[in-house]
Write a protein that binds this ligand. Structure first.
Ligand SMILES: [Zn+2]
Length: 389
C-alpha cells in the first residue's frame, strides 16, 4: 500500500454513513472516480457500478465472448445506524435503529448526527430499546446538547441519521485504525483503490474489472439484491467471479494484524471452491505466511446474495475488532463488554487485501483448471507409493 492508498484508506474510513443514507460515501466515491477519469454510473437502486460508463457498456462487458471471468468486486457503503423518526421535544429526537448494534451500556453513549448536507453535531442516547430478539437496538431517544438546535433550525426528524460517536471519527494507534465504521468502508476503500490500479495499468490487457458499491447491506443486502434483480449479472453470457470484500468479526484463526482472510464462506454458505483455489494460489504466492484462511461465520455477507443468484463467488475479509460497534474486544473508548466501542482494523490487513485484489486482475489465471497443479502433485504421490500397491 503506497502513501496515496493509505491516505485514501483513512479518508474513506472517516466518512459518515448509515443504511440507505450512504450519500456522503457516494459523494466521496464520485469525486475520487471523476478526478481520475475512472468510468462509473449509478444503477436504478443507487448502487455505484465502477469500470463502465453506463448500463449498456456494463451489459456488453458481461455478454462479451471471452473465457476470462469478469471480476466483480463488491463492498457495501453503509454501516449500522439510525434514522430520525420524530421530535419528542426541542432537544429530544426519537430514532429507529437499522442493523446490528451494541446491546449494553447504551444510555449516555454519544452519537453523531447528520442530514443530507452532512454531519453537523453529536447527541447522547437517553433511552434505548432492544428488538425482541435482543441482538440489537430497535429504537433510541437522543438528547441534543442545550446549545444544539433552535426550534427554527430544527430539521424534519426524518431527514436526520447517524451512528455511534467516539473521541473522533477516526484515529490511529500504531498500525491499528479505530473508526466508527470499518465495516464496510474498508471494503469500499479496497474497491476504489483497485479501480485506480486497474485504470492506471491498461497493460493488464483485457482484465475485466467491475466495482460494485452497494447500499443497505446491514439490513440484509438490500442494495445488492436490487442490483441482481435487474438481471444483468445473473444473465451474463461470459464467466463472472464475484469477490465480496468485507470487514468481518475477528474469530480464532482470523486475528487482527495477521493478514487478510481468504474467506471460505460466511454464516450461511461456503463459496465457489474452484475460484477459491485461484485466490488461495495467489495468496500463497504473494503473501506467504501473511494471510489467513477460514470460514468467517460471525455474520453473513453479500457473498450469500451472489451465491443465491447463481454467481460464482469468492470473498476476502479484513479482521474486525468490536464488530458493529459492540465492545467484544474492548480497547480505547470502549464503554465495556457489549457496550458501544469503535471498530478496529489493522493497516497491514487492509494492505494485504488490496494486494490480493490487484493480483486477481492478472490475465491468464487458471480459472478453468485451478486444481491441475494440485493433481500433478497428487499423481507424484501415487507414483512414489505404487510399489506398495
Ligand atoms: Zn456489517
Amino acid at each position: 500500500m503506497n502513501a496515496a492508498e493509505q491516505k485514501l484508506l483513512l479518508a474513506v474510513l472517516a466518512q459518515p454513513t448509515a443504511p440507505f443514507r450512504e450519500n456522503q460515501v457516494k459523494d466521496f466515491a464520485f469525486s475520487y472516480l471523476a478526478q481520475r477519469g475512472i468510468p462509473y454510473f449509478e444503477d436504478p437502486i443507487g448502487n455505484i457500478v465502477i469500470g463502465c460508463p453506463g448500463a449498456n457498456a456494463y451489459r456488453a462487458l458481461l455478454n462479451g465472448r471471452s473465457r476470462e471471468p469478469v471480476r466483480v468486486f463488491i463492498a457495501h457503503m453503509d454501516h449500522p445506524g439510525y434514522h430520525g423518526t420524530r421530535w419528542l421535544g426541542p432537544r429530544r429526537l426519537l430514532a429507529q435503529w437499522h442493523g446490528g448494534s451494541p446491546v449494553k451500556l447504551l444510555r449516555g453513549s454519544s452519537v453523531w448526527l447528520a442530514d443530507a448536507q452532512g454531519e453537523f453535531g453529536t447527541g447522547q442516547i437517553s433511552r434505548a430499546t432492544l428488538g425482541t430478539h435482543g441482538h440489537s437496538m430497535a429504537t433510541l431517544e437522543i438528547t441534543l446538547p442545550s446549545d444544539g438546535l433552535s426550534q427554527r433550525q430544527r430539521p424534519p426528524a426524518s431527514t436526520l441519521y447517524g451512528g455511534f460517536m467516539f473521541r473522533k471519527a477516526l484515529w490511529t494507534q500504531g498500525r491499528r485504525i479505530y473508526t466508527r465504521a470499518a465495516d464496510d468502508l474498508a471494503g469500499v476503500f479496497c474497491v476504489l483503490a483497485t479501480a485506480d490500479y486497474w485504470h492506471k495499468h491498461k497493460t493488464l490487457g483485457k482484465a475485466p474489472f467491475i466495482g460494485l458499491l452497494t447500499r443497505g447491506e446491514e439490513v440484509g443486502f438490500v442494495g445488492a439484491i436490487g442490483h441482481f434483480e435487474l438481471g444483468w449479472l445473473p444473465a451474463a453470457k461470459r464467466p463472472v467471479c464475484a469477490i465480496s470484500l468485507e470487514a468481518s468479526r475477528t474469530l480464532p484463526g482470523a486475528l487482527i494484524g495477521k493478514g487478510p482472510v481468504v474467506r471460505l464462506g460466511d454464516r450461511r454458505t461456503v463459496f465457489h471452491n474452484n475460484y477459491l483455489q485461484v485466490l488461495t494460489g495467489i495468496a500463497q504466492k504473494y503473501l506467504p505466511g501473511g494471510f489467513q484462511k477460514r470460514i468467517m461465520d460471525g455474520g453473513t455477507c453479500e457473498g450469500t446474495a451472489t451465491t443465491a443468484y447463481g454467481i460464482p463467488t469468492i470473498a476476502m475479509s479484513v479482521p474486525l475488532g468490536n464488530y458493529h460497534n459492540e465492545g467484544f474486544e474492548g480497547g480505547p473508548d470502549s464503554r465495556g463488554f457489549r457496550g458501544p466501542a469503535p471498530e478496529c482494523i489493522h493497516m497491514d490487513d487492509a494492505a494485504g487485501e488490496l494486494l490480493l485484489c490487484k493480483k486477481l486482475l492478472a490475465p491468464g489465471l487458471p480459472w478453468d483448471a485451478p486444481w491441475s497443479a494440485v493433481r500433478t502433485q497428487l499423481r507424484k504421490r501415487l507414483t512414489a507409493y505404487r510399489r506398495f500397491l
